[in-house]
Design a protein around this ligand. Structure first.
Ligand code: NAD
Ligand code: UDP
Length: 337
């Protein structure tokens, strides 16, 4: 099977390409390298022995999509390419709608022209907004609190309408909870540009000495220790979830929606304590006010994915923090050409 992977040199895409190659699926990567480095291709080759075919280009460029579909018999598309910084999306909403929404529409139109009718889309638990209860099931109401989240929701809605008109397509929406961790080799991991927005990359940069201390955004939430609770999932488990979707449902016509999470929540302070254990050093932190738009707690009910895909997250919290630390310690400045 040959799969076009948009955003394949990014954090989740690169780990998914590795799992694909290991199971005999051939990835063809399209990425504009806006938020990733070509060096990732060397690292994928290093750990798998296979260098994926790579096109540097944009999902908004119809010509490059046409070239790829003409040069390869693509069976399915896994669509990771997108912008993902919530704060930036508030500052530059049009950039987010243009890239994430218009980009996806352009991709689907190119697929239609090429007769490729199987799509797996990277969505997010952010589409649940502030859920009325946890754990979150796929049939919970959706809403958005910022342009990033709205761009994911808009794409979900566009794809759902498109599917009604084209029921022979297989469209899978994967709603990720909080991806963390890195490849066991320590050669691939998350490499945020600038100040990390997400918790674990920030903690890892404190541990490696790039930042002085973590700011904990609020300790007055209605949670056991007052800090925010999230469903952290190892990126390799998440990658395996894509393979399960590819093998199980992308063969079947339908609009398929799955949560990819572990079903367990951990607080900010629990994550800090786990990281301190892995890195064998203290992580200094200070309590700051709540971050606007944050919710108290969010974790998945992953049972539908287990039932339908035969997929379940396997890796423990300890592995998540140990693998993150190995990557950060071996690559203190991230990927460097
Ligand atoms: P990432 O930034 O590491 O990877 C995204 C890749 O897409 C990057 O390599 C970037 O260069 C590329 N890209 C962006 N716009 C493009 C365009 N117009 N054309 C071609 N390439 C483009 O992000 P990630 O963490 O790997 O996330 C992958 C997907 O999963 C994104 O769609 C993101 O919104 C979604 N997601 C991520 C998280 C998370 O916490 N990491 C959570 C939920 C959903
Ligand atoms: N968080 C924090 N300090 C940081 C980054 C995040 O205290 O520097 C908290 C945040 O308030 C939330 C949790 O860590 O409770 C996870 O945040 P992240 O941005 O990683 O994921 P999201 O909020 O998108 O689920």
């Amino acid at each position: 099977m040959k799969v076009l992977v948009t955003g394949g040199t990014g954090y989740i895409g690169s780990h998914t390409c590795i799992q694909m190659i290991a199971s005999g699926v051939t990835p063809v990567i399209l990425d504009n390298l806006y938020n990733s480095k070509a060096l990732v291709l060397d690292r994928i080759e290093e750990v798998t022995g296979t260098r994926p075919e790579f096109y540097q280009g944009d999902i908004r460029d119809s010509a490059i999509l046409e070239t790829i579909f003409a040069q390869h018999r693509i069976d399915a598309v896994i669509h990771f390419a997108g912008l993902k910084a919530v704060g930036e999306s508030v500052e530059k909403p049009l950039m987010y709608y243009e890239n994430n929404v218009a980009g996806t529409l352009n991709l689907v139109q190119a697929m239609e022209r090429a007769g490729v009718t199987r799509l797996i889309f990277s969505s997010s638990a952010t589409v649940y907004g502030d859920p009325a209860s946890v754990p979150i099931r796929e049939n919970f109401p959706t809403s958005a609190t910022n342009p990033y989240g709205r761009s994911k929701l808009m794409v979900e809605e566009c794809l759902s309408d498109f599917h009604k008109a084209n029921p022979e397509w297989s469209i899978t929406l994967l709603r990720y909870f909080n991806p963390v961790g890195a490849h066991k080799s320590g050669r691939l991991g998350e490499d945020p540009q600038g100040i990390p927005n997400n918790l674990l990359p920030f903690v890892a940069q404190v541990a490696v000495g790039r930042r002085e201390k973590l700011g904990v955004f609020g300790n007055d939430y209605p949670t056991p220790d007052g800090t925010g609770v999230r469903d952290y999932i190892h990126v390799v488990d998440l990658a395996d979830g894509h393979l399960a979707a590819l093998n199980k449902v992308s063969q079947k016509a339908g609009l398929h929606i799955f949560n990819l999470g572990t079903g367990h929540g951990n607080s900010v302070l629990e994550m800090v304590a786990a990281f301190e254990q892995a890195a064998q050093k203290p992580i200094p932190y200070q309590i700051l006010p709540r971050r606007p738009g944050d919710i108290a707690e969010c974790w998945a009910d992953p049972s539908y994915a287990e039932q339908q895909l035969g997929w379940k997250a396997q890796r423990s919290l300890q592995e998540m923090v140990e693998d993150t630390w190995r990557w950060q310690e071996m690559n203190p400045q991230g990927y460097q050409d």
